[in-house]
Design a protein around this ligand. Structure first.
Ligand SMILES: [Fe+2]
Ligand SMILES: [Fe+2]
Length: 243
């Protein structure tokens, strides 16, 4: 488990492993040219028609009856597209929930693999806890706008598709701690940009309390990103034997 990167004859993916066969393949490709004229642009034309006719990925749910504070907040946002904020909050909510699971997987991987990578499990546990807290923070922000945190927004849907690969890397028993570190870096880079966006949105919409809370979350996310990136770099350089 979690062997360092090694060279092996088991890897037969390159054409250099079989010069005779690969030459035959190249000769055949040159001998039998495509039977139809044209190029990839016809495919793009079909794709373009689908794009023009497609329905959007989803919609933002209409809030239920607005009461008290939520009513006051929504009145403050009159004239602004509050649904954009709700969409982005829904996206962050889904991401933080997945982020918590990513850290669960990563902590388990680090403890089971005993790779010797320069990683603090205690720090990972704190990051995991902060992801869970961020999830609760976003759920509260959605409720303060009268939105239902259990409803999926289009942004949440798309971001779940985009980050699906990260979850696959983390939950694969064969992946090394270093490979998981790179996947975590992938997630934290997006997470950081997402929080930065939320701070700007809340700020520009005059939601001062929200903006302050989001800035505090962004400060924690800055630390997640810095630490994961540092571990990733140190671990890769150590494996390469250059430090
Ligand atoms: Fe996060
Ligand atoms: Fe994070």
């Amino acid at each position: 488990m979690n062997q360092p990167i090694e060279m092996s004859m088991r890897n037969r993916t390159g054409i250099d492993r079989s010069p005779v066969d690969s030459q035959k393949m190249i000769d055949a490709a040159n001998a039998y040219m495509p039977s139809s004229r044209g190029n990839g642009s016809a495919l793009m034309d079909v794709e373009a028609r689908y794009i023009q006719e497609a329905d959007p990925v989803g919609t933002v749910a209409i809030p239920g009856t607005l009461k008290g504070a939520a009513k006051a907040t929504m009145q403050m946002l009159a004239g602004r597209n509050a649904e954009v904020l709700v969409d982005k909050l829904g996206e962050r909510l889904a991401f933080e929930r997945t982020g918590t699971r990513l850290y669960d997987y990563f902590i388990n991987k680090c403890e089971a693999a005993k790779s010797g990578a320069p990683i603090s499990i205690d720090t990972l546990k704190r990051f995991r806890h902060e992801e869970a807290q961020h999830f609760m923070l976003v759920a509260g922000a959605l409720e303060s706008l009268g939105a239902d945190p259990t409803s999926q927004t289009p942004g949440a849907d798309v971001s779940a598709v985009a980050s699906g690969g990260v979850l696959q890397v983390l939950s694969d028993p064969r992946t090394s701690v270093d490979q998981c570190l790179e996947a975590m870096l992938n997630a934290e880079l997006v997470d950081n940009a997402g929080w930065d966006m939320l701070v700007k949105l809340a700020d520009d919409m005059g939601l001062d309390d929200m903006s302050r809370d989001f800035q505090a979350a962004l400060n924690e996310e800055d630390e997640h990103l810095m630490e994961i990136r540092q571990w990733y770099e140190q671990s890769t350089l150590a494996q390469a034997g250059v430090i």
